[in-house]
Design a binder for this molecule. Structure first.
Ligand code: AMP
Length: 219
């Protein structure tokens, strides 16, 4: 399956993507994770992306699209993929369509995770992420680790992303509404969108997502 995941920051895209990718045996491709890996490795691409990410703005399309396409070229993505955080605007969506058309492939579905705005801010402001794996996500209030600052899953260090501070979050939400939300309509025109609520326990949301994707596939 070839799936795109959309939703505002804090909808739980990374967490859900990790479970869904495992269930569907496809790689989870997160452009945010790719940028963060480039930053921690000190690559030129990482240096170019950092200021945009720290401000909560989108990294320019020419950098992002090239990086995403390079990742899609890798062997594990040939049979399918779950894209998390890409595309993030209509230009990227069109570039992805052109890329896929050039490879004789197409998307099977676009999963839209819905979450109310006040919930988004609460979720992100308290979010702590594991340095080893961004799918290991905790919350200082709602999902505390057994030991403060330590990942329950792998013992890694938990940290607050530099773009998770409240002022940055507001900008990221604005960017989401302005740039990313329009791609939902773009994909609706291709009849690809399934929308689910991202509220509730993680496992329930995963089940909801699996059911919605299967129903979409039968359509
Ligand atoms: P995420 O981990 O998906 O929340 O992404 C973190 C940050 O990486 C975003 O706020 C952007 O600055 C940057 N980023 C990730 N994906 C994209 C994309 N498709 N286009 C532009 N910027 C992106």
């Amino acid at each position: 399956m070839r799936i795109v995941l959309v939703g505002p920051p804090g909808a739980g895209k990374g967490t859900q993507a990790a479970f869904l990718a495992k269930n569907l045996s496809i790689p989870h491709i997160s452009t945010g994770d790719l940028f963060r890996a480039n930053i921690s490795q000190g690559t030129d691409l990482g240096k170019q992306a950092k200021a945009f990410m720290d401000a909560g703005d989108l990294v320019p399309d020419e950098i992002t699209i090239g990086m995403a396409e390079d990742r899609l070229e890798q062997a594990d993505a040939v049979e399918g993929f779950l894209l998390d955080g890409f595309p993030r605007n209509e230009f990227q969506a069109r570039a992805l369509d052109a890329y896929m058309a050039g490879h004789g492939i197409a998307l099977d579905g676009v999963l839209d995770l819905e979450v109310p705005e006040d919930e988004v801010v609460k979720r992100i402001a308290g979010r702590r992420v594991c340095r080893n794996n961004s799918a290991h996500v905790f919350h200082v209030q709602y999902s505390k680790p057994a030991t403060e600052g330590v990942c329950d899953v792998c013992g890694g260090e938990l940290y607050q992303r530099s773009d998770d501070g409240e002022d940055k979050v507001r900008n990221r939400i604005e960017v989401y509404h302005r740039e990313t939300e329009p791609i939902i309509d773009y994909y609706k025109q291709q009849d690809l969108v399934v929308t689910i609520s991202a509220l509730g326990p993680v496992a329930e949301v995963t089940q909801r997502a699996m059911d919605a994707l299967r129903a979409g596939e039968r359509r």
